[in-house]
Write a protein that binds this ligand. Sequence first.
Ligand code: FAD
Length: 398
Amino acid sequence: MPQRIVIVGGGVGGTIVANLVARALRPDEAMITLIDATGEHAYMPGWLYLPFNGSEGIDLTRPERGLLNKHVQLVTGEVQRIDVSAREVTVHASPGMAGMRGTGGAIEARYGYDYLVLATGARLAPEDLSGLSGSEDAWHHFYSLDGALRLGSALRVLNGGRIVVAIGGIPYRCPPAPLEFLFLLDEWLRKRGIRERTEIEYLSPLPRVFPIESVAEVATPLLEQRDIHYRVFFNTDEVDTERRVVRSLEGEAAEYDLLVMIPPHRGARIVEEAGLGDEQGWIATDRATLEVKGHEGIYALGDATDLPVSKSGSAAHFEAKVVAARLIAAVRGEEPDPQHATYDGEVMCFLETGHNAATQLVFNYENPPHPPRPSLFYHMEKMLFNRAYWHIVPQGLV
Ligand SMILES: Cc1cc2nc3c(=O)[nH]c(=O)nc-3n(C[C@H](O)[C@H](O)[C@H](O)COP(=O)(O)OP(=O)(O)OC[C@H]3O[C@@H](n4cnc5c(N)ncnc54)[C@H](O)[C@@H]3O)c2cc1C
């Protein structure tokens, strides 16, 4: 009997695990099922550029099926229950959705597993910040395709004023993204000839402009050179969209004409409902093996975990190789090879600094990054990566 591997989440982490395992194991060794709520795969790093480049972002979402090895069964539907004692998940989906089993108009199906992988990502939780819920037209963000497109429309009719870019809660996806946005915004406003009548302010709850000191040391002078104001230790507590002011727990206030707020993030609802998450819904995960603490045979990776690394596609990518190595060894009844089956906190990402330059952040649990001087070289590497992504990353070819 093949072992049953069920993967929940078809983002970068879940997709790479599925493809690596499917390539290594024969169908008579493992039956691999990937369950995703949408059946669509989003390339989120592309959202950063949408407010400035006028694109509709059509190429930033692709059908998950086209990215998966043919031996992976794709189920499009939302996992609504995880029963860790019975070792099964329950999926709800609309009738006729790809991969759904069941009879007639049945919209519920159960999938038993021997191994479960949770790659459920993070979700935006604007309701966690007073004043944000229900007022999506009064503030902006670039943390979804729609959000980035709406922000682009708002910027195109702007004729100066005060733009505030604020962090609404920690942790959030891709720590470099707000800084990258600021640098690209500055460049874009200069090109439009309205920078002199536009003030930009960045509000961060951290003690510096970036969580890691060595990166803050590179970014801070760049912000100053570009006349981008910043306030640290600004813990956003409330947004008053009527008066257009952001208030902090510390009693400070920042007025704006246009607000770009990185919304608070949480883990997936299902994680909270299954009792596998902390108070924000992040899964307690072993930092080396990526096994869910206290649950043998269940692994977690990517944004869904509580690991002390950036919530980034890059971390998910490196973690996926570790999870796949452990699953392959387990199915074959072998000991995992510690070299390939241990996560050391590896992350590699770029930080756009505007004007066709970027730097690169390479780090792990033990070694902080030493970002090189921003240059065209790293910007071109990032541009190349953005294009190559669809052909090499989800497939687990790099
Ligand atoms: C603007 C922006 C820029 C970024 N730039 C970069 C960058 O340059 N470099 C970088 O490394 N990272 C970047 N990131 C972060 C990166 O995109 C994420 O960290 C990465 O996508 C996380 O992958 P994941 O597989 O953990 O989760 P996700 O990609 O979020 O996938 C989770 C999947 O789980 C599914 N799911 C959730 N709950 C259920 C359920 N109950 N049932 C079934 N399916 C479910 C969802 O539908 C989703 O498809 C950026 C993010 C943003 C927003």
